[in-house]
Design a protein around this ligand. Sequence first.
Ligand code: ATP
Length: 270
Amino acid sequence: ARAQAMEVEERPTVTYADIGGIDDQVREVREAVEMPLIDPERFDTVGIEPPTGVLLHGPPGTGKTMLAKAVANETDATFIKMAGSELVRKFIGEGARLVRDLFELASEHEPAVIFIDEIDAVAAKRTDSKTSGDAEVQRTMMQLLSEMDGFEERGDVSIIAATNRYDMLDRAILRPGRFDRLIEVPKPDIEGREQIFAIHTRGMNLADDVDFEALAEMAEEFSGAEIESLTTEAGMFAIRDERTEVRMADFEEAFEKVTEDESPGTPIAF
Ligand code: ATP
């Protein structure tokens, strides 16, 4: 059961160079996760505690999972991913049990990065009757907080959580010693989009007329994930046309296709 709910990657291959447009967020994650591992004395000298948990928040598809994977890569850590929705279980004690298993697995694989996606599934405000009215969900969250309280004895385990619904979170999880480092990961601005186009077309056979600046302008409000889909779609147009090179016109057609029935900014369905 453990293997089903958790996704373990011995060493992710994502690097910081694969992430475009969020340089400040990359720096903040590095400070919060890498520095305490590499140079703990720095925190001692200044006389502050390193952050316990990092919370990444922002719209879907902006690179939150990538950030967590890249930091695991950089620190030679095992990446262990768990979806918050997986922690919501029917039977009493099952969610809490999974949380214990998760932290146990991480300590067996030190150094490790625990990544909990959709943390809002277990950490929504109490006023939200649909989710957190559930006492069982509440218990699972308490188990998570208690595992985090025991952090110091655990050694080289970092914890990163992510949410698209920051406003829904129970503020109790944001207290010092818990998720005490907040990093907002927004949709990319025009320069960010240009970088992300460059990253996702690195392996593509591009014609000379492909203009990243124009593409970035066109893809207003797109997330990184949507830009990735757009580049794939452009490649499909080239294939359909039996060409080996992808032209600007392919990107334009791809753009028309993905914005036809979807307004910009909504996830692209294939
Ligand atoms: P969600 O909230 O939906 O889980 P997320 O923020 O965790 O989304 P990722 O899973 O990191 O998003 O991104 C999905 C894919 O989109 C990545 O694998 C990558 O290909 C692309 N992508 C997203 N953001 C970026 C970015 N900033 N730079 C480059 N690629 C990106």
